[in-house]
Design a protein. Sequence first.
Length: 329
Amino acid sequence: MEHRYVDFRLAPGDVSAIRFGVSPGHEVCHAVRVVQRPSEHPLQWGWLRSVRDRVPREAFELFTLLVRESGYFPDFLTTTPTWDLEPADEAARLREVPDELMRVDLGKVVVRSTGARRQAVLRMLDDLPRARAMIGDAWLELWSALVEPVWPQLERIVRADIAVRARRIATDGIAAMAAGLHHTVEWHDGALRVELTQHSEVLDCRGSGIVLVPSVLGGGRCMVLTEPPAQPTLFYPAQGVTENWATDATALAEALAALLGPARAGILLAAHEARTTSQVAADSGLAISTASHHLTVLRDAGLIASRRDGSRMLHQRTPLGEALVGTAL
């Protein structure tokens, strides 16, 4: 088989060219894909058991017109991923997709379709405002039923992955980080190279940069966005995804408590944002001296970083702490 590659050309020392993002829309689309063909996604069976009885039928059927078991789906279903992209932002942007972008993306679906599916997408093209509203409503229904119930677990995994990758860039450089993303990704001649099956392309990202997006529901494959106005984007499988990734937060807390003890586990779980020692103590129901002791133990283990901000000392999870929380499932 002929090898095809997409090369995202970057300057090797330009760390600012690499940005990481989170994509609720990407996860929704792949949730639809997993429901269509669960046999190909064994790591998602635990998640599927928890959501399969509440799949909204009409919304699901609408999305299966656009998102098949494999292959292309419209780029406009995923807005440019950013570090702080919230699901509500994604849903709002979906309702503001320009007609021209919808026309181009739906046209790509048409040429890849036959029969009733093709006719249904052509009807969408005939009335874009109505199609946009229907897709927006369906996205929200699917989000609420399939992804929102496990979003805390999913987000924890992707943010842990990002923390580890970002640290790898800082310590070993872009090339080393790229080599660990996936077996189809490598650093080659000044470019982040992704092996694909459908096409080859070279993009000069030295001005725009590239967004790297870890995915939990996306399976074991990489996907790319390369066509304007989309930001050059690579979706890759997040590390730490096991068959039990959708276990609820209580089970996660229990697993960490067995490892670290209840008090330290609680402090680590709540350390996604910087807090003072007094805030940690208050949130944990501990004396300040006790909270300070636990913070010291977590800091000595490399799980918490402490920095001074004026007269205050702020504590937050390190990349190692993110990785532990993200993979404790």
